[in-house]
Design a protein around this ligand. Structure first.
Ligand code: SF4
Ligand code: SF4
Length: 169
């Protein structure tokens, strides 16, 4: 079985931390970052998603690199306290035909996500614990994902519908 560690360990570009959209910070994430003194305005910013203000991790000045990326060690400097958004990546939740779906970005050319079901279930438990289910509209950016997939910047695979959420549809 291919493991997550093996895939990311062999990734040469680590675009998730150096060239992706800003990770959102939910309440539970915020307490984790507060506990290590990394929740100030030098690290976090407010962004607006669908008219709602939410916290997100900043980028380093004049770059697309996450403020928490340690360039010398080539790793996240807050790894143990990284937001749920980062723990989930390259998995993501998007609206497809009005329903929340798990997708996975093909960010590593060797990606093979056949093993992902157990991981999705652990993410769904994590979402219950840290309140992501209560704010799915924000997390999923409540915009229909434009298909076909080929039209997207980063290719992705649709895995399955998200379980246990309080659907608004
Ligand atoms: S999540 Fe994707 S982009 Fe990030 S390190 Fe792993 S394989 Fe690379
Ligand atoms: S918080 Fe850490 S894991 Fe998340 S994007 Fe920044 S460097 Fe990467």
């Amino acid at each position: 079985m291919i493991s997550f560690t093996k895939l990311c360990g062999s990734c040469q570009h680590q675009g998730c931390c150096t060239n992706s959209s800003v990770p959102l910070v939910f309440l539970h994430d915020l307490s984790g970052l507060k506990s290590i003194g990394k929740s100030g305005s030098e690290y976090l910013q407010e962004v607006t998603i669908k008219n709602k203000k939410v916290l997100a991790v900043k980028k380093k000045n004049n770059s697309n690199v996450c403020v928490f990326w340690d360039e010398s060690k080539k790793m996240c400097s807050v790894y143990e306290n990284r937001p749920f958004d980062c723990r989930a990546y390259p998995f993501d939740i998007r609206l497809i035909h009005g329903k929340y779906h798990w997708i996975v970005y093909s960010c590593n050319p060797d990606s093979d996500w056949q093993w992902s079901e157990n991981y999705l279930q652990s993410l769904e438990k994590d979402m219950e614990l840290n309140g992501v289910y209560d704010d799915m509209e924000t997390f999923a950016n409540n915009t229909e994902l434009i298909l076909p997939q080929e039209s997207q910047k980063t290719p992705f695979i649709i895995l399955r519908e998200v379980k246990n959420h309080k659907s608004k549809f």
